[in-house]
Design a protein around this ligand. Sequence first.
Ligand code: CA
Length: 248
Amino acid sequence: MENIKSELKSRHILVVEDEEEIVRLISFHLEKAGYVTHTAGSGPEALNQAFEHVPDLVVLDIMLPEMDGLEVCRRLRSDNKTASIPILILSARKEEFDRVLGLELGADDYMVKPFSPRELVAKVKAMLRRLEHLTPPAQATSNSGEKIYKAGDLVLYPERYQVTVNAQPCALTHKEFVLLQILMANPGKVLTRELLLDQVWDYETEVDTRTVDVHIRYLRQKIEKDPAHPRYIETVRGVGYRFASLKG
Ligand code: CA
Protein backbone atom coordinates (compact mmCIF):
# COMPACT_ATOMS: atom_id res chain seq x y z
CA MET A 1 0.00 0.00 0.00
CA GLU A 2 3.06 2.26 -0.14
CA ASN A 3 1.91 3.67 -3.47
CA ILE A 4 -1.25 5.03 -1.94
CA LYS A 5 0.64 6.81 0.78
CA SER A 6 3.24 8.29 -1.53
CA GLU A 7 0.45 9.99 -3.45
CA LEU A 8 0.04 12.28 -0.51
CA LYS A 9 3.33 13.93 -1.37
CA SER A 10 3.25 17.17 -3.39
CA ARG A 11 0.44 17.29 -5.86
CA HIS A 12 1.24 18.23 -9.44
CA ILE A 13 -1.12 20.56 -11.20
CA LEU A 14 -1.13 21.24 -14.91
CA VAL A 15 -2.30 24.76 -15.72
CA VAL A 16 -3.51 25.05 -19.32
CA GLU A 17 -4.01 28.65 -20.39
CA ASP A 18 -2.64 30.83 -23.17
CA GLU A 19 -2.83 34.16 -21.37
CA GLU A 20 0.52 34.48 -19.68
CA GLU A 21 -0.63 36.85 -16.99
CA ILE A 22 -3.35 34.47 -15.85
CA VAL A 23 -0.90 31.54 -15.95
CA ARG A 24 1.49 33.47 -13.73
CA LEU A 25 -1.25 34.45 -11.32
CA ILE A 26 -2.65 30.94 -11.02
CA SER A 27 0.77 29.29 -10.73
CA PHE A 28 1.90 31.76 -8.12
CA HIS A 29 -1.08 31.12 -5.87
CA LEU A 30 -1.06 27.35 -6.32
CA GLU A 31 2.64 27.17 -5.51
CA LYS A 32 2.13 29.35 -2.49
CA ALA A 33 -0.44 26.78 -1.36
CA GLY A 34 2.17 24.02 -1.70
CA TYR A 35 1.42 22.58 -5.13
CA VAL A 36 3.89 21.93 -7.93
CA THR A 37 2.68 23.56 -11.14
CA HIS A 38 3.34 22.84 -14.80
CA THR A 39 2.01 24.97 -17.61
CA ALA A 40 0.87 24.52 -21.19
CA GLY A 41 -0.21 27.28 -23.56
CA SER A 42 -2.13 25.26 -26.15
CA GLY A 43 -4.36 22.20 -26.41
CA PRO A 44 -1.80 19.88 -28.03
CA GLU A 45 0.89 20.97 -25.58
CA ALA A 46 -1.48 20.21 -22.70
CA LEU A 47 -2.13 16.70 -24.00
CA ASN A 48 1.57 16.00 -24.53
CA GLN A 49 2.37 17.09 -21.02
CA ALA A 50 -0.53 15.24 -19.41
CA PHE A 51 0.28 11.97 -21.16
CA GLU A 52 3.96 12.23 -20.39
CA HIS A 53 3.65 13.16 -16.71
CA VAL A 54 0.14 12.46 -15.50
CA PRO A 55 -0.79 15.38 -13.19
CA ASP A 56 -2.99 15.14 -10.10
CA LEU A 57 -5.32 17.82 -11.41
CA VAL A 58 -5.73 19.95 -14.53
CA VAL A 59 -6.83 23.58 -14.58
CA LEU A 60 -8.09 23.98 -18.12
CA ASP A 61 -9.03 27.15 -19.98
CA ILE A 62 -11.69 26.79 -22.68
CA MET A 63 -10.38 29.31 -25.19
CA LEU A 64 -7.03 27.96 -26.34
CA PRO A 65 -5.08 28.09 -29.58
CA GLU A 66 -5.12 25.05 -31.89
CA MET A 67 -7.54 22.94 -29.85
CA ASP A 68 -10.11 24.21 -27.37
CA GLY A 69 -10.36 23.15 -23.76
CA LEU A 70 -13.45 21.00 -24.28
CA GLU A 71 -11.63 18.90 -26.86
CA VAL A 72 -8.64 18.61 -24.50
CA CYS A 73 -11.03 17.49 -21.78
CA ARG A 74 -12.66 14.92 -24.05
CA ARG A 75 -9.28 13.47 -25.05
CA LEU A 76 -8.01 13.31 -21.48
CA ARG A 77 -11.15 11.43 -20.49
CA SER A 78 -10.88 8.96 -23.35
CA ASP A 79 -7.36 7.83 -22.45
CA ASN A 80 -7.04 5.30 -19.64
CA LYS A 81 -3.99 7.00 -18.22
CA THR A 82 -5.68 10.35 -17.75
CA ALA A 83 -9.35 9.34 -17.55
CA SER A 84 -9.79 9.98 -13.85
CA ILE A 85 -7.76 13.17 -13.34
CA PRO A 86 -9.92 15.93 -11.85
CA ILE A 87 -10.41 18.76 -14.33
CA LEU A 88 -11.30 22.31 -13.37
CA ILE A 89 -12.50 24.29 -16.37
CA LEU A 90 -12.01 28.05 -16.71
CA SER A 91 -14.15 30.09 -19.01
CA ALA A 92 -14.07 33.76 -19.88
CA ARG A 93 -17.76 34.47 -19.57
CA LYS A 94 -20.76 32.47 -18.47
CA GLU A 95 -22.34 32.42 -21.91
CA GLU A 96 -19.18 31.23 -23.62
CA PHE A 97 -19.17 27.94 -21.83
CA ASP A 98 -21.80 25.31 -22.13
CA ARG A 99 -21.64 24.00 -18.59
CA VAL A 100 -23.64 20.89 -19.33
CA LEU A 101 -21.45 20.00 -22.28
CA GLY A 102 -18.35 20.53 -20.17
CA LEU A 103 -19.62 18.31 -17.40
CA GLU A 104 -20.75 15.71 -19.92
CA LEU A 105 -17.28 15.67 -21.38
CA GLY A 106 -15.99 14.90 -17.93
CA ALA A 107 -15.00 18.22 -16.34
CA ASP A 108 -15.40 17.99 -12.56
CA ASP A 109 -15.97 21.65 -11.86
CA TYR A 110 -15.70 25.03 -13.52
CA MET A 111 -15.00 28.66 -12.76
CA VAL A 112 -15.93 31.80 -14.63
CA LYS A 113 -13.33 34.52 -15.15
CA PRO A 114 -12.58 36.83 -13.53
CA PHE A 115 -12.18 34.78 -10.36
CA SER A 116 -10.17 35.41 -7.23
CA PRO A 117 -7.00 33.29 -6.94
CA ARG A 118 -8.05 32.39 -3.42
CA GLU A 119 -11.30 30.99 -4.75
CA LEU A 120 -9.40 28.93 -7.29
CA VAL A 121 -7.02 27.52 -4.68
CA ALA A 122 -9.97 26.64 -2.44
CA LYS A 123 -11.67 24.84 -5.30
CA VAL A 124 -8.51 22.91 -6.21
CA LYS A 125 -8.06 21.88 -2.58
CA ALA A 126 -11.66 20.70 -2.37
CA MET A 127 -11.35 18.70 -5.59
CA LEU A 128 -8.16 16.99 -4.41
CA ARG A 129 -9.62 16.35 -0.98
CA ARG A 130 -12.41 14.39 -2.62
CA LEU A 131 -9.73 12.03 -3.88
CA GLU A 132 -7.87 11.76 -0.62
CA HIS A 133 -7.20 8.07 -0.23
CA LEU A 134 -6.64 8.09 3.49
CA THR A 135 -9.69 10.03 4.60
CA PRO A 136 -12.32 8.35 2.48
CA PRO A 137 -16.00 9.10 2.95
CA ALA A 138 -16.87 5.38 3.16
CA GLN A 139 -14.70 5.05 6.22
CA ALA A 140 -16.51 4.72 9.51
CA THR A 141 -15.69 3.73 13.04
CA SER A 142 -17.10 0.59 14.58
CA ASN A 143 -18.42 0.43 18.14
CA SER A 144 -15.03 -0.77 19.34
CA GLY A 145 -13.33 2.28 17.82
CA GLU A 146 -11.81 0.35 14.95
CA LYS A 147 -11.65 2.04 11.54
CA ILE A 148 -13.79 0.21 9.02
CA TYR A 149 -15.16 0.65 5.51
CA LYS A 150 -18.87 0.14 5.24
CA ALA A 151 -21.37 0.17 2.40
CA GLY A 152 -24.78 -1.43 2.61
CA ASP A 153 -24.33 -4.90 4.16
CA LEU A 154 -20.66 -4.99 3.24
CA VAL A 155 -18.03 -4.18 5.86
CA LEU A 156 -14.25 -4.28 5.52
CA TYR A 157 -12.07 -4.32 8.65
CA PRO A 158 -8.53 -3.27 7.60
CA GLU A 159 -6.93 -4.09 10.97
CA ARG A 160 -8.59 -7.46 11.36
CA TYR A 161 -8.01 -8.15 7.68
CA GLN A 162 -11.59 -9.32 7.41
CA VAL A 163 -14.65 -8.73 5.28
CA THR A 164 -18.23 -9.48 6.19
CA VAL A 165 -21.32 -9.57 4.02
CA ASN A 166 -24.55 -9.35 5.94
CA ALA A 167 -22.54 -9.96 9.14
CA GLN A 168 -21.23 -13.26 7.75
CA PRO A 169 -17.45 -13.62 7.26
CA CYS A 170 -16.44 -13.63 3.62
CA ALA A 171 -13.23 -15.42 2.62
CA LEU A 172 -11.16 -13.32 0.23
CA THR A 173 -7.70 -13.89 -1.15
CA HIS A 174 -5.06 -11.29 -0.32
CA LYS A 175 -5.34 -9.63 -3.74
CA GLU A 176 -9.13 -9.54 -3.53
CA PHE A 177 -8.92 -7.96 -0.10
CA VAL A 178 -6.49 -5.25 -1.20
CA LEU A 179 -8.50 -4.61 -4.36
CA LEU A 180 -11.72 -4.24 -2.37
CA GLN A 181 -10.07 -1.96 0.16
CA ILE A 182 -8.83 0.41 -2.56
CA LEU A 183 -12.25 0.46 -4.19
CA MET A 184 -14.06 1.07 -0.89
CA ALA A 185 -11.59 3.80 0.04
CA ASN A 186 -12.55 5.67 -3.13
CA PRO A 187 -16.32 5.48 -3.41
CA GLY A 188 -17.78 7.18 -6.45
CA LYS A 189 -14.40 7.57 -8.10
CA VAL A 190 -13.49 5.84 -11.33
CA LEU A 191 -10.33 3.79 -10.83
CA THR A 192 -8.61 2.74 -14.03
CA ARG A 193 -7.44 -0.83 -14.56
CA GLU A 194 -3.89 0.52 -14.79
CA LEU A 195 -4.14 2.22 -11.42
CA LEU A 196 -5.58 -0.90 -9.79
CA LEU A 197 -2.93 -3.06 -11.40
CA ASP A 198 -0.25 -0.73 -10.16
CA GLN A 199 -1.64 -0.55 -6.62
CA VAL A 200 -2.56 -4.18 -6.08
CA TRP A 201 -0.02 -6.07 -8.15
CA ASP A 202 2.79 -3.60 -7.72
CA TYR A 203 4.90 -4.24 -10.82
CA GLU A 204 4.63 -8.02 -10.76
CA THR A 205 5.49 -9.09 -14.29
CA GLU A 206 3.20 -11.78 -15.78
CA VAL A 207 0.08 -9.68 -15.13
CA ASP A 208 -1.87 -7.32 -17.36
CA THR A 209 -5.11 -5.42 -17.01
CA ARG A 210 -7.19 -8.55 -17.75
CA THR A 211 -5.97 -9.85 -14.40
CA VAL A 212 -7.85 -6.97 -12.77
CA ASP A 213 -11.05 -7.96 -14.59
CA VAL A 214 -10.69 -11.58 -13.50
CA HIS A 215 -10.22 -10.61 -9.84
CA ILE A 216 -13.15 -8.21 -9.98
CA ARG A 217 -15.27 -11.09 -11.25
CA TYR A 218 -14.21 -13.33 -8.34
CA LEU A 219 -14.76 -10.50 -5.90
CA ARG A 220 -18.27 -9.87 -7.21
CA GLN A 221 -19.14 -13.54 -6.85
CA LYS A 222 -18.19 -13.29 -3.19
CA ILE A 223 -19.69 -9.94 -2.18
CA GLU A 224 -22.55 -9.21 -4.58
CA LYS A 225 -26.01 -10.68 -4.09
CA ASP A 226 -26.40 -10.78 -7.87
CA PRO A 227 -22.93 -10.74 -9.48
CA ALA A 228 -24.46 -10.21 -12.93
CA HIS A 229 -26.03 -6.97 -11.72
CA PRO A 230 -23.45 -5.69 -9.25
CA ARG A 231 -24.57 -3.21 -6.67
CA TYR A 232 -21.17 -2.39 -5.17
CA ILE A 233 -18.54 -2.63 -7.88
CA GLU A 234 -19.65 -0.88 -11.04
CA THR A 235 -17.95 -1.33 -14.40
CA VAL A 236 -17.00 1.88 -16.18
CA ARG A 237 -16.80 0.61 -19.71
CA GLY A 238 -13.42 0.98 -21.39
CA VAL A 239 -11.89 2.59 -18.31
CA GLY A 240 -12.10 0.62 -15.10
CA TYR A 241 -14.23 0.23 -12.00
CA ARG A 242 -16.00 2.36 -9.45
CA PHE A 243 -17.24 1.54 -5.99
CA ALA A 244 -20.83 2.76 -5.71
CA SER A 245 -21.48 5.64 -3.31
CA LEU A 246 -23.90 3.99 -0.93
CA LYS A 247 -25.13 5.28 2.35
CA GLY A 248 -24.36 3.24 5.45
CA1 CA B 1 -7.54 31.57 -23.10
